[in-house]
Structures are given as C-alpha cells and as structure tokens.
Design a protein around this ligand. Structure first.
Ligand code: SAH
Ligand code: SF4
Length: 375
C-alpha cells in the first residue's frame, strides 16, 4: 500500500493584492474576489472561509478544500502594567518569535514591533538576536501574520479609526533587508486598504545598512526609514556593526539621501543610536555624530543599551545618557531617549530575544520562563 499525503493548501494570508488576484484568476474566479477575501482576512481577522458570507457557497466550499488562512500560533500572550502587550508566536519548524504592541499618546498610537527573521546573520556585537546566529527567514505570511495576530487578539475592526495596530516598526528580530523578498509583500499588505491600510509614515523599516537592498526598497516602496548607526566613525562602527566593513558610514548615508530623494512621504530618516557605556557615549562621539549627520535630514533616537548575559557591554547611567543628549542638543540635534527595559518591556522592541527553541528544553519550562519575564 502506498501512503497518500493530503494535497498542500495555498495559504492566502501572506498574499499581496496582486498575488491574490492572480490566485482567483487561476481558479477561474473574478479578480474582485481578492479584495473581498482580503478584507475578511485582514480587517475581520477571519480564517474560516465558511464565514465569508459575501462569497457563494460553492466558492466557500472550494476555498475550504484548496486554500487556507494559516497564521502563526500564539503560545503566550500577556499585558504589562503600562499596557504593553506581548505575544510569543510559534512559526513553522518550532521557532519562536516575540511581538510587542506598545501604546502611546493616551492609547491613540499603538505600535507593533515586528520581526523579519528567526535570529540574524549580521552579528552586531551588542545585539542579543545577533548572538543567536541566523536560523531562517520568516515567510511573508509569518511576517504579516504578526500584524494579523495582534489585530485579531486586540479585536480586529472594520472601522479604521478603531484599528488595534496603528503603527508598525520592523525592529524585532532579524534584518529586514536580508529578507527582502518576504518583507516587501508583507509591508505592501500593511499599506494596502484591503490589508491594514496604514499610511506610509506609520510603517517603518529599520536596517543596519544593507545598501543595495535599501536602493531597491526605495524603488519599490515608500515607507519610513530608520537606520541603526550607533557610531559615527568607521573603526568603531565596524566593531559594533560588522556590516559596516562592507558598506561604510558614508556609503550608507549616501543611500539614505537617495532613499529620501525617491520618497514622496519620508522627509527624514530616523537615526538609531544605542548608547553603550564607555564605548560610544562620550562628548567626542556626540561631536562626530552631529558632524556626519550634518547633510542628512534626520532625527536621532537614543536607546540606552539593553543588557543581556555575556554581552561584555554595560548600560550607561541615566545621567550619562542625558549628558549625551545635551551635547547633541547643543549641536542642533534634539534626540529623544527611548525608555528602556526594566522601566518595562518597551525597549524589548530593540532587543527581542525571540528565544530560538532549545530542543533539549521542555516546552513547559520555556513557557513558564517567558511568563516570568513579562511579569
Ligand atoms: N536589524 C534591524 C532591525 C532590528 S534591531 C536593525 O539592526 O536595525 C532594532 C533596533 O534595536 C536596532 O536599532 C538595534 O541596533 C537595536 N538594538 C539591538 N540590540 C540592542 C540592545 N542590546 N540594546 C539596545 N538596542 C539594541
Ligand atoms: Fe541583526 Fe539588527 Fe541585531 Fe544587527 S542589530 S544583529 S542587524 S537584528
């Protein structure tokens, strides 16, 4: 007897509008079905074709047999005292990814921090994700699936003023520009009216500087851009961000200018600067930073280093970070300090550990440990 395997169903979750239209045409249906189904999936958080009542019964049945809406499964969900919500999702092959939804402006803004890879290959010396090494790229369904999960569990609504996720930052695990082919479709869905309908200003890609892909991104999408700079001289930056040996600071800043030139909406770049004790927190560093940024329309965000075991780095004192901020201010740059972990899980966004599954560890212990973390 030969074993038969069930035919694989097509997962519609990560499909852009174009891909979805092509899918419906390929099964002999009209193109407009794509918009209908996308609204069910992304506006309503629906994963059951039977509930898609504006489709004919026959189509619903057919979709049920050949397609699916498969999001990542949530293994942990919690809310911290300041209202920050945190999820851990399991993606295929037993990897875990964390997501945080951070409220601001009296709840008017709800920013979701999204991951693009499990681990990261770029090995920045101060980043716990980098220290885990690279496991794999997330698929577009797994990337948009994070927005889908967060919207759904916060109560997806049709009314855009009530949407549970108002902003997305690609600042979770991984380097989005190293997973370009999956990140771009997912970001298109964030912007699409039949997807999450977010304005370009409210969707931000953060990169440590994969220059050729940044140029490509500028040709294809017009989202807000954040650059992980962390140092304003090449010697130090190459130590912190090894990718700098390939694309140095000037090459990267030139690419930022090209990006802004192509953009209709992004008028400035956000420069992320993780402040590390005795490494990049001295007055000389502030002077260098202001100097390299003088011809780039930008705003600087200061992120006090989030410590993790065996990093070899320390967090500067609050006073030192404020001194650094003052030096920048005197040089004409207003640089807000992003609150850190310990205050709460806010900056977990910059340090999503994402715990790649340790196969020798029991699942229960894992879940228990993350629950303790979020308390
Ligand atoms: N790979 C992308 C996006 C993910 S990292 C990038 O590097 O931009 C998101 C942000 O968190 C980056 O600015 C990163 O430099 C910062 N970050 C990483 N580890 C950190 C740590 N331990 N403390 C503070 N910020 C950190
Ligand atoms: Fe990767 Fe960004 Fe971490 Fe660098 S900072 S290792 S690019 S996730």
């Amino acid at each position: 007897m030969t074993a038969t395997t069930a035919p694989q169903r097509t997962n519609l979750l990560g499909m852009t509008r174009q891909e979805m239209e092509a899918f419906f045409l390929s099964i002999g249906e009209k193109k407009f079905r794509a918009a209908q189904v996308m609204k069910w999936i992304h506006h309503e958080g629906c994963d059951d074709f039977a509930a898609m009542t504006n489709l004919s019964k026959a189509l619903r049945q057919r979709l049920g047999e050949t397609a699916e809406v498969r999001g990542p499964s949530v293994v942990y969900e919690g809310t911290s005292s300041d209202g920050t919500r945190k999820w851990v999702i399991e993606v295929e092959n037993g990897s875990y990814v964390e997501m945080v939804l951070i409220p601001a402006d009296n709840g008017k803004r709800r920013t979701l921090c999204v991951s693009s890879q499990v681990g990261c290959s770029l090995d920045c010396s101060f980043c716990s994700t980098g220290k885990q090494g690279f496991q794999r790229n997330l698929t577009s369904a797994e990337i948009i699936g994070q927005v889908w999960v967060a919207s759904r569990s916060a109560g997806a609504r049709r009314d855009s003023s009530q949407r549970p996720v108002t902003n997305v930052v690609m600042m979770g695990m991984g380097e989005p520009l190293m997973n370009y082919d999956n990140v771009v479709p997912a970001m298109k869905l964030m912007l699409d009216d039949n997807g999450y309908g977010l304005s370009k200003r409210r969707v931000t890609l953060s990169t440590s500087g994969v220059v050729p892909m940044l140029d490509r991104l500028g040709d294809e999408l017009d989202v807000s851009l954040a650059i992980s700079l962390h140092a304003a001289n090449d010697t130090l930056r190459s130590e912190l961000v090894p990718l700098n040996r390939k694309y140095n600071i000037q090459t990267l800043l030139d690419a930022c200018r090209r990006y802004l030139d192509k953009s209709d909406s992004a008028r400035m770049v956000t420069i992320e600067y993780t402040v590390i004790k005795d490494v990049n927190d001295q007055q000389q560093h502030a002077i260098e930073l202001a100097e390299v940024l003088k011809d780039l329309p930008c705003k600087i965000n200061l992120i006090p280093f989030n410590p993790f075991p065996h990093s070899g780095y320390e967090t500067p004192s609050r006073n030192q970070v404020m001194r650094f901020q003052r030096w920048l201010d005197e040089l004409g740059h207003t640089a807000p300090i992003r609150s850190t972990r310990g205050d709460d899980i806010d900056a977990a966004c910059g340090q999503l550990v994402g715990r790649v599954k340790d196969r020798t560890r029991r699942h229960e212990r894992y879940i228990q440990s993350i629950q303790l973390d979020a308390d």
